[in-house]
Design a protein around this ligand. Structure first.
Ligand code: GLC
Length: 748
């Protein structure tokens, strides 16, 4: 009994001491052993309503503009204790300067969170996320996010607005470049890898940052591929296609979500109760906080969903949004809404708890400056191992689309090589969009990579030929003159980095400007031409696809891009990338993705009355999952350990993969499944597994996949998530048109 009294007394003393410590504002030595929840509650009890609303307010610094507005008074706002987080401010020095305002000049000294769009690297820039996704290498993708977090955290940042996990099936939409492509299964696996990479094993070290699953939800389903446009999809499609990557991120422990700009079926995501409260915070029990996208609360007025900003703020906070990015709506109106009884203070407390919890977890009350460390920043930024990781990921992201007569890899010694094109020596375009603190001057261009690789063994003639866009052909003559002297012509064409990303939708996704004419002129010389594509989305390039003997998709390959592309072009790395997104033949086919429904009149070229076009095939230029290698892989002996299985059993699928070519190489074997009959119609096939397998030339391996009834679940007409007995076809192969298949039966 005595012992219990003793312990209780201790706890009471500890609680009083901590309260005193908190009250005095001396946060630094707050007792670290109290549970985070108790510390949050102790602090919350000291806060005024204005101070609480301050924690729910996020402003950008004036270092960068990533949206339509800036706010000149953000430093004064910090001093008034009315800002809880700042974004677009980084480096150890600047974050320390701003943090001091919060910690030493406000009543309670609550530290700021610093957020930034560290999407595919902080200073060492990796390939754009669509490119990283083309690697299908979850370990490498996680490692890329890890490096980004280490560098960001070394520069004072606590929080990245990534991963973007929006499924995108429309390449007119510029933000397809920021995600993992069109497939839910691949997108979910990559979401997990990125969350784990950014958040690491926690925040005890200063080498991890809070991740942010965005843009919740279905932003990629914008009508006509036009950014910010309306999203009108069924709940079945929302739950089956667009939500799973968010659920996967939540299950992986992501600490923040960002709501999308778009509406879903008439309600803006910024105030969508069902998405934010029913699904995210209740069904998924999400413990973190939700931040809006840039002024998305304000935008509910033009959406026609709120009569004014104050009304918008009421709708948004009551729907479950915890922090207002840049809109100053919570800043200006939330206190009045509470006093008018339109918003309960308990809702404010819930939001503030979610935010303070992060700050305690990050150790900011023990040491608000722990992430702002100039020595660590200097040591870690662009560290050699980071550049090596970026080069490794870039190589893995490259997709070989065509290689007639094994033109590639090129020999490292030839008399003359012509390197042509507006993207062959462009540093800034290697970064792609959302390149954070990446610096173009640090980028290795394709030309630089080739020069380094060939080390003078070959005469290299470079000519730009034309610009990425515009009609100027005056550079063609010099380009053709260079081509005529060369044994091989490399031409780098595609998009400028700014032609994809946010607010960068295109109605015509062919090569901009006169680039295709340049390629045609070069091919007309009769010399072997290798087309190197640099782009943030699938492009429609049917003539090039049919006439260029070799085509290498390089996306925007990042700081080490030129070295990585040269590694592949000259055979130091055998390309292994696979498309995470379908390449259509023309924009009229869009939306075109590998797994549509079959319809009642599936395409039959011999039957007029079937689902097809008069002027184009239904098939894409290159399908989801496609990518060649310098070697060849053959699949055979597809077997299942049982033909029939019930919901408690697992089917083991085995297949032999053989390297039948002349190079060692890595293959990504893909498993696709089709539910032949359902209580609602089902897609013609769905990715249900993939495995990367490295095989030396001549080597073969038997690989296995496991499949259970749970893997076959879908949302029926009553929105019940379940598998239904019946026949299932399955295929294993090197892309989504795989033909090696068999049938299994789910009995119950
Ligand atoms: C932008 C983007 C979002 C980004 C945010 C902060 O508008 O939609 O992805 O994280 O603003 O820069």
């Amino acid at each position: 009994m005595k012992k219990i009294i003793h312990i209780t007394a201790l706890l009471v003393v500890a609680y009083l001491m901590n309260s005193f410590v908190l009250r005095s504002g001396i946060m630094k030595n707050a007792l670290p052993d109290k549970t985070v929840e108790q510390r949050v509650d102790s602090l919350l009890a000291l806060m005024t309503l204005e101070e609480k609303i301050g924690q729910m307010t996020l402003f950008t610094s004036d270092w960068e503009m990533t949206g339509p507005t800036l706010r000149a008074t953000y430093k004064e706002d910090i001093r008034k204790g009315r800002v809880g987080a700042i974004f677009n401010a980084h480096t150890a020095a600047y974050t320390k300067e701003l943090q001091r305002l919060a910690v030493e000049e406000t009543r309670l000294g609550i530290p700021l969170l610093f957020g930034y769009d560290v999407i595919h690297g902080y200073k060492t820039i990796f390939p754009i996320p669509l490119g990283e996704s083309a690697s299908w290498d979850l370990t490498a993708i996680e490692q890329g996010a890890r490096v980004a977090a280490i560098e960001a955290a070394a520069s004072g940042l606590h929080w990245t607005f990534a991963p973007m996990v929006d499924i995108a099936r429309d390449p007119r939409w510029g933000r397809i470049s920021e995600g993992a492509g069109e497939d839910t299964y691949l997108g979910s696996a990559i979401a997990v890898a990125r969350v784990k990479g950014f958040q690491g094993t926690g925040f005890d070290n200063t080498d991890a940052v809070l991740a942010c699953a965005k843009h919740y939800a279905a932003y990629g389903a914008a009508q006509a591929g036009r950014d910010y446009h309306t999203v009108d999809i069924s709940e079945q499609v929302m739950r089956e296609v667009y939500l799973p990557p968010f659920k996967a991120a939540a299950d992986a422990g992501v600490w923040t979500f960002m709501n999308a700009f778009n509406e879903w079926n008439g309600i803006p995501a910024t105030a969508h109760d069902y998405l934010l409260k029913d699904i995210l915070k209740w069904e998924w029990a999400f413990p973190g906080f939700v931040v809006t996208d840039y002024t998305s609360i304000n935008e509910m007025v033009p959406h026609g969903y709120a009569s004014d900003y104050k009304h918008a703020g009421e709708l948004s906070v009551n729907a479950g949004v915890d922090m207002d990015m840049q809109g100053a709506v919570y800043y200006n109106h939330l206190a009045d809404l509470v006093r008018e009884g339109k918003v309960k203070e308990s809702r404010i407390d819930d939001a503030v708890r979610r935010i303070l919890r992060m700050k305690f977890m990050l150790g900011l009350f023990e040491d608000p400056y722990r992430f702002s460390n100039a020595e660590r920043e200097k040591r870690l930024i662009m560290a050699p191992e980071h550049l090596a990781a970026a080069r490794d990921m870039a190589r893995k992201s490259l997709v070989l689309l065509r290689n007639e007569k094994q033109l590639l890899p090129l020999p490292k010694t030839m008399k003359t090589l012509a390197v042509i094109g507006p993207l062959a020596d462009s540093k800034v375009d290697m970064l792609g969009n959302w390149s954070a603190a990446g610096d173009a001057k640090d980028c290795v261009t394709l030309l630089e990579g080739i020069r380094t690789k060939l080390q003078g063994s070959t005469q290299i003639i470079y000519e730009k030929g034309c610009n990425v866009d515009g009609t100027d052909r005056t550079g063609f003559a010099k380009a053709l003159a260079a081509a005529k002297k060369a044994q091989v012509i490399l031409v780098a064409v595609g998009e400028a980095g700014w032609m994809s990303g946010e607010a960068a939708s295109r109605t015509d996704i062919s090569l901009p400007g006169v680039q295709e004419d340049l390629v045609k002129a070069l091919i007309a010389t009769g010399k072997p031409v290798v087309v190197v594509l640099m782009n943030g989305r699938p492009l429609t390039i049917p003539w090039i696809a049919d006439n260029a003997p070799a085509i290498l998709e390089t996306w925007f390959a990042g700081t080490q891009g030129g070295h990585a592309i040269s590694d592949v072009l000259f055979g130091d790395y055998n390309p292994s990338g696979k498309l995470p997104v379908t390449f259509p033949r023309n924009v009229g086919q869009i939306p075109l993705f590998y797994n549509p429904k079959n319809t009642g009149r599936p395409m039959n070229p011999n039957d007029k009355y079937t689902s097809k076009y008069l002027d184009a095939p239904n098939t894409p230029q290159w399908p989801f999952g496609f990518g060649l290698s310098y070697t060849t892989f053959e699949y055979s002996d597809l077997k299942t350990d049982k033909k029939e299985f019930d919901r408690n059993e697992t089917v083991t699928i085995s297949v032999k993969v053989a390297n039948t070519g002349q190079y060692d190489g890595e293959e990504t074997a893909q498993l696709y499944v089709r539910d032949l009959v359902g209580s609602v119609t089902r897609p013609v096939r769905e990715l249900k597994g993939f495995q990367k397998v490295f095989l030396k030339k001549g080597e073969s391996k038997v690989i296995q996949f496991k499949l259970r009834a749970d893997d076959l679940r879908f949302y029926n007409a009553d929105l019940q998530f379940r598998a239904e007995p019946g026949d299932f076809d399955l295929w294993v192969g090197s892309h989504s048109d795989a033909t090696l298949g068999t049938r299994i039966v789910l009995t119950r």
